[in-house]
Design a protein around this ligand. Structure first.
Ligand SMILES: Cc1cc2nc3c(=O)[nH]c(=O)nc-3n(C[C@H](O)[C@H](O)[C@H](O)COP(=O)(O)OP(=O)(O)OC[C@H]3O[C@@H](n4cnc5c(N)ncnc54)[C@H](O)[C@@H]3O)c2cc1C
Length: 504
């Protein structure tokens, strides 16, 4: 008999969500995390004495259902929406707060109300499916047919005009969509941001930029540290055992009653631990190629996993500051601040990255999380966190210290155009390229979503056929991380859905 019902590889937020649900269902669960602390990309770590930051810097659409089911508020997580501000060199910032667009003029404010109503209707129609297992293509099982039918029904309920519009806009480049509604170049760039961040796409790229935008229009916001802490406590309260510093080297496969099946894991120190189910919260390529081994997979499946697009395009900048920088025209740097003056600026930054270069003029999203959570820095001091877009994983010529320093300094110069005193405050700056994120956080390509969030890698194709329902071609082996439906960001849905499939 196995020692555990389920072993989960990786204590990122999805692994913790999965552990909490399985524990609450009565399973004996062990979570094995290679890093010294849990949280994965949401783990807060010290990058300079007394200064701490997490790679993921804000919670924007965590599942409200999961938060309620797991009692996350009781465990210290507070839901709080973040304002989104597009910084303007001319100091006429555009802000989206509580559903209102300000700073872009009366016409754009009115257009935003109409635009948001339309997109919210679409987002509301889709959001129940983030918490569902996608049907298998060609399956005639009642469950699969019913999910297809529900999806169809929800779209039908939109009515003819909305349904047509939905089909049209989901295939649009996000640039075309915002061009139809708005005049302000800054507002357009700001409103396209959530469709693009984390992706290998720019405003002119067709498809799924709009789907990503809709995906990010559900759920609740908050702070990353309290979310990761609350998930850890929820998993522990449900009885899950969390073991850090425990790197899984191999998923163990043995002959089962009928077939080969995953029966446990072997740790890097050679310890073997048995379980009825092995659930991987690591990315699909690492799970199948590195931890399982292609000898257990057919060639077609292996090829599809090898072909997954996993190259990350977002670098992470952390600055330890001895005081609060002054952003021109902003009373306080609260919420998410975007530096992308117009859509061409985003497109040009992407063009550099397409050819393996760092952007000449980076675009980025900034937060100063120590404004709301002073525990992240010594008293009176601050942490600035920036997601610098379109920094390629595979830099032409490779990542050297000089290349890393160059993009870090360019990113700081970019910030200095909006916060001129920033350099005066810097005690230390750290820039983690996607390559560094891969090494440090064990995520293939350092990819935001573990595998690109694009039409051919979404829904019942995520990460690929035969593994899109959280189960895999190897009995007893499941996926529960961002590489599964519905994708990355701090949402918890993949962990929730995988737990349901394991319990089925
Ligand atoms: C630069 C960057 C910025 C981001 N910013 C945001 C943001 O602001 N807001 C947001 O919502 N999302 C953000 N994201 C995306 C978000 O962080 C991820 O999509 C999400 O954290 C994925 O969670 P996960 O639990 O699926 O996987 P991870 O958080 O990647 O967790 C996987 C865990 O598995 C562990 N692991 C891997 N291999 C092994 C092994 N062999 N043995 C044991 N353990 C192992 C890893 O150490 C890790 O802890 C960002 C991503 C990046 C790259």
């Amino acid at each position: 008999m196995s020692e555990y019902d389920s072993i989960i590889i990786g204590a990122g937020h999805n692994g913790l969500v999965c552990a909490a649900y399985l524990g609450r269902a009565g399973q004996k669960v062990l979570v094995l995390e290679a890093a010294a602390t849990p949280g994965g990309l949401a783990a807060t770590r010290e990058f300079h004495p007394g200064f701490r930051a997490a790679v993921a810097h804000s919670v924007n659409h965590f599942s409200g259902k999961i938060a309620a089911d797991l009692g996350l508020e009781r465990h210290g997580f507070r839901s709080q929406a973040h304002a989104l501000t597009g910084l303007d060199g001319g100091r006429r910032h555009v802000t989206l707060r509580d559903g209102e667009l300000t700073g872009a003029g009366a016409d754009d404010a009115a257009a935003y109300a109409e635009y948001a109503r339309l997109l919210q209707r679409f987002a509301d129609a889709l959001s129940p499916f983030w918490l569902k297992t996608m049907p298998r293509i060609g399956s005639s099982s009642v469950g699969d047919l019913s999910t297809f039918a529900q999806l169809g029904l929800r779209l039908l309920r939109l009515g003819r005009a909305d349904m047509r519009e939905f089909l049209r806009i989901t295939s649009l480049p996000v640039r075309d969509l915002v061009d139809e509604y708005f005049d302000s170049a800054l507002a357009k760039a700001l409103l396209s941001w959530d469709g693009l961040i984390g992706a290998r796409m720019a405003p002119r790229s067709p498809n799924s930029a709009v789907l990503a935008l809709l995906y990010r229009m559900s759920g609740i916001g908050g702070s990353v540290g309290p979310l990761a802490g609350a998930l850890l406590r929820a998993a522990q309260e449900a009885g899950a055992e969390i073991r850090c510093g425990a790197e899984v080297e191999r998923i163990v496969v043995r002959a089962g009653t009928r077939d080969l099946a995953a029966t446990g894991v072997m740790l890097a120190d050679g310890t073997e631990i048995d379980a009825r189910n092995v659930i991987s919260a690591t990315d699909p390529r690492r799970t199948f190629i590195d931890l399982l081994g292609v000898e257990y997979l057919d060639i077609g499946f292996t090829n599809r996993i090898r072909r997954l697009r996993c190259d990350g395009y977002v670098a992470k900048l952390h600055l330890a500051l001895d005081g609060l920088p002054e952003f021109d025209g902003l009373a306080s740097p609260d919420g998410r601040l975007v530096i992308a003056p117009d859509m061409d600026a985003i497109e040009f930054a992407y063009d550099d990255a397409k050819y393996g270069e760092c952007p000449q003029q980076p675009v980025m999203e900034i937060t100063v999380p120590s404004v709301t959570d002073p525990s992240l820095a010594p008293a009176g001091q601050h942490v600035l966190s920036a997601q610098v877009m379109y920094v390629p994983y595979a830099l032409k010529g490779g990542w050297t210290d000089a290349a890393r320093d160059a993009i870090r300094e360019r990113a700081i110069d970019t910030i200095a155009a909006y916060a001129p005193d920033i350099r005066r405050h810097i005690l230390r700056g750290e820039l983690l390229t996607p390559f560094d994120l891969e090494q440090r956080y064990r995520v293939t390509g350092g990819h935001w979503h573990h595998a690109e969030f694009a039409m051919d890698q979404l829904l019942m194709m995520r990460p690929t056929y035969e593994a899109a329902q959280y189960s895999t071609p190897v009995p007893g082996l499941y996926l529960c991380g961002a590489g599964s439906h519905p994708g990355g960001d701090l949402v918890g849905a993949a962990g929730h859905n995988a737990a349901r499939e394991v319990l089925r």
